[in-house]
Write a protein that binds this ligand. Sequence first.
Ligand SMILES: O=c1ccn([C@H]2C[C@H](O)[C@@H](COP(=O)(O)OP(=O)(O)OP(=O)(O)O)O2)c(=O)[nH]1
Length: 162
Amino acid sequence: MNWNTLFTMQYELDQYILKQHDVKNEEIFDKKLLALLVEVGELANETRCFKYWSLKPPSEKSVIAEEYVDGIHFILSLGLALGIDTYQPKEIEKKEEELTTSFLHIYEAIQILSNKRTSSVFYNLFDTYLQLGLQLGFTSNDIKNAYMEKNKINFERQNSGY
Ligand SMILES: O=c1ccn([C@H]2C[C@H](O)[C@@H](COP(=O)(O)OP(=O)(O)OP(=O)(O)O)O2)c(=O)[nH]1
């Protein structure tokens, strides 16, 4: 997948949001990190992977996809804040670890980025998140389509005084 298109779309959305809310990118890096942590929690909630006490099934794939691409938005946005606007997809192998373990790895990767804001730490977070996408059964096309759909909704929300 060509991630450059998504980085460009993210840049445009971010610029629009900054203008609408009169905030500067430099002021909101931590807020984006927290937003990503929250989105990862919302995603985990929809998968219900950690709810050993419940028999309820996970949410529909489309609901999980929407939560997943909220995370993609914030990851791309963090990358842009670090001056990164490209990602060279590498062969990501599907790991046989539990979903719960993968979620914990993502929290760890976000925490590391919070302490060390470098491109290699950022790419490690990106890889870890894409690895989770694979585990959730999403193809690159699923991710791209769901991202584009949510990106459009995000613009519409800004236009309707969200
Ligand atoms: O600088 C930003 C800020 C937000 N977003 C996007 C990411 C995500 O796709 C959406 C925010 O998440 P969500 O749609 O869950 O918003 P919310 O305000 O938490 O929604 P709700 O009140 O419905 O829970 O906005 C960006 O792309 N860039």
